[in-house]
Every structure is written in structure tokens, then in C-alpha cells.
Design a protein around this ligand. Structure first.
Ligand code: ATP
Ligand code: MN
Length: 478
């Protein structure tokens, strides 16, 4: 049988053992045993569980057996039998083993002992071979798949927003320049500044910080659309929640108002978490145990109140709290807690405030709405009071902001006035403003940071550990 239709270890582990001849290939996790027999734990990445291969040493070449070590790759043929040992239902009795690639025990960095996550970041090219990263990568894949499935099932069209952008007005943070100008000898204007009219696009260009504005254009024709693409932010924030390159999901819906937007965000997040629970019980059980082991070293108050899978179920089974920014400020003021950043109406909420609301006060996800207009983007719909806008941020325990969104301002006059107030270069946004001139409609959307979702579902603590090759300040090795 060709490789395409060959069964994987995940499949064999669920197959009734009738002593049928099978063939598997993968990487050796461990080898143990005695002079007569070797037990090889083999992984092909299809599941967190290994297939145990039992090899009677008298049947195999001594040199070959020596080379079957942690990290080596092999192909094995044999019979699938029910397992004598505990821990697995089936195992393979090997009849032939082919060594595909050796792994020198002296230099292979992934030995049996536990490695720190920091060390594994330094060997990001090999860390997919660990149990932890295998589980994370499988869950990450399923969440990406579930995102497309959810939107397809709810009649959203996927829009590929551009990655290179010429608009400097998105206002979502620092941008990375895209240029073909020779940095050692750039063309200059008379005043000495760099002349970008001679650059590749004839103007300044950057990597996108959001696909929202383009998604809005498409929503004005297709009603429900979403983007799911890479976004880039040159913010120098070296936190456990920020990457310079991350993936963002941005639905944009015509005829959706703020409440509809919140309904979508809540239903969508619950669906995705449920999807992970249903499809990754083994991976989540592994990650949960890993987390519990790690937390035994921490003082009680720094541990998670619930084990990982219970936390995930809790979020899917309970309604999110929905309150306005103004109500949240009142809760914070009444808390009597001394915050590092003092609380007062108008402040941008810091993570200590968000965490207090989510983890201490409401003890569940919170959707905060109607923020002061001065701390939010120009495109958000203005409330009647003239002070707030129809923003909504979804805050999650342990994560803080996972979604940022809003109902959009659909009035040309109000939007254009706000653009002037905020000193944004209106001419560069003529195409965006056109949507408000021609058949404008109420509409809404949000941005979900994909890695923040994966962080929440896997229970990991650092965003660098939920993307295969993280890009952060001073870090671009792999
Ligand atoms: P934060 O306040 O956490 O920096 P933000 O307000 O800049 O986030 P938005 O511009 O609203 O974020 O982006 C939408 C979503 O994208 C956020 O809710 C978050 O999930 C995610 N996100 C934003 N910046 C980053 C980043 N640097 N790395 C990873 N995810 C991010
Ligand atoms: Mn935000």
C-alpha cells in the first residue's frame, strides 16, 4: 500500500489485535529491556501515545539493535498483538526492523530527562519531537481547522487580506517597513529625508497589522466574511502574550450590531474550545498533568484554580459576563485593592485590572463594552453620549484580552470628523471612506489572536511555546 493510505500509530493503537501483519515508521522515544528482549517506544506524531515494539534480540543483528536509540528513525514490520504489559492495549512483535536514520546519543539534545521550556526554545527545530510540543501542534492544527469549519458552517466567506499594506492609518501599533531601497545609499528628497516615491511601490509600505479594513470592504458585498492570516507588530513588548508575528482571525459582518457581535464572539470561542475537548482528549490530559506537575512547585495562590480540562469545560458551559467599561471601573474602584496603575474613568485598562475582573471578581470570561472613545480606534461606532464607543473586548482568565472588536461607525460624517480629530491622514483612507458613501450599513467585527486562543486551550504560560517558530525582539534563529 502506498504511504498515502497507510495507517498511522494512532490508528493501530485503536485496532483490535488479531495478530495481523502491520508496518509502522517513526522516531524512537525510548528503548529499554534486557539481554533477551528490547521494548522500543515508537512515535510517528499521530498521537501522544507511543506504539510499543517488542524485539526478541536473538532475531536481530547486534549492531542494528545498538543503533536503535532515542531520536533514531526506524521502519518496523511485525504482528499486532494484545499487550502483556500495562499502559497499552496493543503492541507489535517485531519481525523486521530497518534503521532509517541514526541519532548519536552523545549529541542528540532530546534525551529522556525533562527539559525546560526555555531550553526547548533554543532547539525549536527539534522540539516538535517532544510530547509537549507534539500535543500543542496537533491542537493548534485542529483549532485552525475548526475556525474554518465554524465560519463555513455559518456562511462566512474567507477573504485573503493583503500582507503588504500602504496604509499607515490602521493605528494598531508599530509597523515593519517593507522596502527594496538600499539602506546604505537611499535616494533622498531635497530636504534630506528618504524618497520613498523611488521605492518598490512608489510609496512607504509596511507589513500589515490587521486585515480589518480590507475585510470591511468585502463585508459590504458578501455580508459575512473573515480573514485568517499573519499579522506583524513591531512593538517592543517582551511579554508572554505578544509576538512580533502572529496569526489573527478577523470576522466582519454587515447587519450585525454590538450585541450580535458579542453573541458571535462567545459562540465561536465556545465552539472552538469544545472542538479541542472533543478531538484532543489524550493531548489535553497530557498537558493537564504536565501543568499540575509544574504547579506543585508554586505557592497555592499562584496555581490555577481548576485543572486544565475542567477550566475549558467551565468556559464552554457558562455564559460570559457582559458589562460596560463604566461598570467595570466602578467594580475596580469598589474593590478596595491597591493597583499599581490607579483606577479612574478614562484609563486604558492594564492587565492587573483585567485580571482582577476576570479571575477575582467574576471568575469567568468577561466581555467589556462601550469604552471611552479616546482610548479606542477611529473606526468604532460612537455612542449617543459622545464619550464612549461601541467597542467590545473579550477577557479570558490567565490571558487577558483574547478578542478586541467593535461595531463600526457607518456614518460618513461622524467617521470623517473623528479621523480629523485624531489627526489621521484622510487621503490615504479614501477607499475605506467610500464604503460609507455608497450603501453604508450597520456592521461589526473583531480580531481574535490565534496564539492567545492556543495558549488558553493548551494551558501553556508563554506565547512563544504555542507557535512553531516564534518571532520576538532579537529572536529570529529558525
Ligand atoms: P494588547 O492590548 O494585548 O496588546 P491589542 O489591543 O493591541 O492587544 P488588537 O489590536 O485589538 O490588540 O488585536 C486583536 C487581538 O489580537 C488581541 O485581542 C489579541 O488576541 C491579539 N494580539 C494583539 N497583539 C498581539 C501580539 N503582539 N501577539 C499576539 N497576539 C496579539
Ligand atoms: Mn485591543
Amino acid at each position: 500500500m502506498g504511504a498515502l493510505h497507510r495507517k498511522r500509530i494512532a490508528d493501530w493503537l485503536l485496532t483490535a489485535p488479531t495478530e495481523q501483519e502491520i508496518e509502522v515508521a517513526g522516531w524512537v522515544r525510548t528503548k529499554r529491556g534486557n539481554k533477551e528482549i528490547a521494548f522500543i517506544a515508537l512515535s510517528d506524531g499521530s498521537t501522544i501515545n507511543n506504539l510499543q515494539i517488542v524485539a526478541e534480540l536473538s532475531k536481530f543483528d547486534e549492531e542494528l539493535v545498538k543503533k536503535i536509540q532515542t531520536g533514531a528513525s526506524i521502519r518496523a514490520k511485525g504482528k499486532l498483538v494484545s499487550s502483556q504489559g500495562s499502559g497499552q492495549a496493543v503492541e507489535m512483535v517485531a519481525e523486521s526492523i530497518e534503521l532509517l536514520g541514526e541519532a548519536d546519543a552523545e549529541t542528540y539534545p532530546l534525551q529522556k530527562k525533562k527539559h525546560t521550556l526555555e531550553f526547548l526554545r533554543e532547539i525549536a527545530h527539534l522540539r516538535p519531537r517532544t510530547n509537549t510540543f507534539g500535543a500543542i501542534l496537533r491542537i493548534r492544527h485542529s483549532l485552525a481547522f475548526a475556525i474554518h469549519k465554524y465560519f463555513n458552517d455559518h456562511h462566512f466567506y474567507n477573504i485573503h487580506a493583503p500582507i503588504i499594506t500602504g496604509s499607515d492609518a490602521e493605528g494598531a501599533g508599530e509597523m515593519f517597513r517593507v522596502s527594496t531601497i538600499d539602506p546604505a545609499n537611499p535616494p533622498r528628497k531635497e530636504d534630506g529625508t528618504v524618497d520613498y516615491s523611488q521605492d518598490f511601490f512608489g510609496k512607504e509600505s509596511n507589513l500589515t497589522v490587521s486585515g480589518q479594513l480590507e475585510a470591511e470592504l468585502a463585508a459590504m458585498a458578501l455580508s459575512r466574511v473573515y480573514t485568517f492570516g499573519p499579522t506583524f507588530r513591531a512593538e517592543n513588548s517582551n511579554t508572554a502574550r505578544h509576538l512580533a508575528e502572529f496569526w489573527m482571525i478577523e470576522p466582519e459582518m454587515a447587519f450585525f450590531e454590538l450585541d450580535d457581535n458579542m453573541d458571535l464572539a462567545e459562540d465561536f470561542l465556545k465552539y472552538l474550545i469544545r472542538y479541542a475537548i472533543e478531538h484532543h482528549a489524550d493531548d489535553l490530559a497530557f498537558l493537564e498533568k504536565r501543568l499540575l506537575d509544574e504547579e506543585t512547585l508554586l505557592p497555592k495562590e499562584s496555581r490555577n484554580p481548576l485543572p486544565l480540562t475542567e477550566k475549558l469545560k467551565f468556559v464552554t458551559e457558562n455564559p460570559f459576563e457582559r458589562i460596560t467599561y463604566t461598570e467595570a471601573i466602578a467594580v475596580l474602584e469598589k474593590s478596595g485593592k491597591k493597583f499599581e496603575f490607579p483606577v479612574k474613568w478614562g484609563i486604558d485598562l492594564q492587565s492587573e485590572h483585567e485580571r482582577y475582573l476576570v479571575e477575582k471578581h467574576f471568575k469567568k470570561p468577561v466581555i467589556l463594552t462601550n469604552y471611552p472613545k479616546d482610548i479606542k480606534a477611529f473606526y468604532m461606532k460612537q455612542d449617543e453620549d459622545g464619550k464612549t464607543v461601541r467597542a467590545m473586548d473579550v477577557l479570558f482568565p490567565g490571558i487577558g484580552e483574547i478578542i478586541g472588536g467593535s461595531q463600526r461607525e457607518e456614518s460618513y460624517e461622524k467617521l470623517s470628523k473623528r479621523i480629523h480629530e485624531m489627526n489621521i491622514h484622510e487621503e490615504s483612507l479614501w477607499w475605506y471612506l467610500d464604503t460609507r458613501k455608497f450603501g453604508t450599513v450597520p456592521h461589526s467585527g473583531f480580531g481574535l489572536g490565534f496564539e492567545r486562543l492556543v495558549l488558553f486551550v493548551t494551558g501553556m504560560g508563554n506565547i512563544r511555546d504555542v507557535i512553531p517558530f516564534p518571532r520576538t525582539p532579537k529572536n529570529l534563529e529558525f
